[in-house]
Design a protein around this ligand. Structure first.
Ligand code: GZL
Length: 324
């Protein structure tokens, strides 16, 4: 009887069953990491690709993912984060729809000793200890790259003012604020550039088209350039320009950001002039960082994604390599 008990005990210990047996430490190492992720929404091709990257990477990494779509509403993200805290997830990650209004819920996560990772977009908090790291693009640099492309293109344009209309991203979001700032930093050096209208299209095709229709009604023939903070709004603007009987990419130059497949198709059709890459493929990095954070490893406070600029001239060659 004794041998049988001993054999059973040995087997239980080897299988790591709990910490009560013979006072051994709990074998938590093989418990999969549980990650709570609050996503902005499904507003654009970029966001869809970002969601696919996160879900697929979680599967490949053996991470137990709890995923919440906030339909672009901050209150839904706050609710999701509170739910992750209540469920005692190991790590929380989110892409904040806007920069401000996060202190309270992030303090609750800190009090619950649950580390928070920012992906894609940043938050405006004085206490930087409220999050472990921010993985995402440099949106100011993306705006500068858009401005530099226009600066270069302007050398081939006829003399005189270059009137720009701007389709901004979601009001209060880091990409909208920073892409505007970066673009203006470059174009303010040349008095020819004039932003004659600027309004949010909330990163969606539908709103981008609607706002562009209003711009065309007000200033149609005067508009030389559209600067769109993302490809979806640029594609909406392209539709509006065509419906107004003008040629997008020729009568009106179109500059955009993201680098989604739809932008490459528009460039190959001669309707979009350039897209500045903003990679949504953050999933693999997020899963690795979440595991490192859980294991108590040091991680950098800021992890910036490497990106390029794709003018229409290279679209056909680059298109087969695109992953989103
Ligand atoms: C940028 C991301 C932006 C994209 C839009 O990292 O937050 O949100 O540029 C998306 O397409 O909607």
């Amino acid at each position: 009887m004794k041998t049988k008990r001993r054999a059973l005990l040995g087997a239980a210990i080897c299988m790591g069953l709990g910490s009560t047996i013979a006072g051994l430490p709990a074998f938590a190492a093989d418990k999969p990491l549980t990650l709570g992720f609050s996503q902005v929404g499904a507003e654009s091709e970029w966001r869809t690709a970002n969601t696919v990257s996160i879900k697929e990477s979680a599967k490949q990494a053996g991470v137990n993912l709890k995923f919440a779509d906030a339909q672009q509403k901050q209150e839904n993200q706050v609710k999701a984060i509170r739910s992750f805290i209540a469920q005692k997830v190991d790590v929380i990650a989110f892409s904040p729809v806007v920069e401000s209004g996060w202190e309270t819920v992030l303090r609750e996560a800190k009090a619950a000793k649950i580390p928070v990772i920012l992906t894609d977009r940043a938050v405006n908090v004085t206490d930087k200890s409220l999050y472990v790291t921010f993985i995402g693009s440099d949106f100011v640099e993306e705006g500068r790259r858009a401005g530099r492309w226009l600066q270069d293109k302007a050398k081939t344009l006829p003399a005189g003012d270059i009137n720009i209309v701007e389709l901004q991203g979601t009001v209060g979001s880091a990409p909208a604020i920073d892409r505007k700032a970066g673009f203006e930093e470059i174009i303010k050096t040349d008095p020819r550039f004039k932003i004659i209208r600027s309004q949010t299209g909330d990163f969606t095709r539908a709103k981008g088209k609607e706002v562009m229709e209003a711009f065309l009604k007000a200033d149609g023939k005067k508009i030389n350039v559209v600067y769109a903070h993302n490809d979806d709004m640029a594609i909406g603007a392209i539709q509006a320009i065509e419906e107004a009987g003008m040629k997008p990419g020729k009568d009106i130059l179109i500059i955009s950001i993201d680098g989604v497949k739809g932008a490459f198709e528009a460039m190959m059709a001669g309707k979009l002039n350039v897209t500045v890459e903003c990679s949504p493929l953050l999933g693999p990095q997020l899963m690795q960082i979440a595991k490192d954070v859980k294991a108590g490893k040091e991680v950098p406070k800021r992890i910036t994604t490497e990106e390029s600029v794709f003018p229409a001239e290279v679209a056909a060659k680059e298109f087969p390599n695109r992953k989103y």
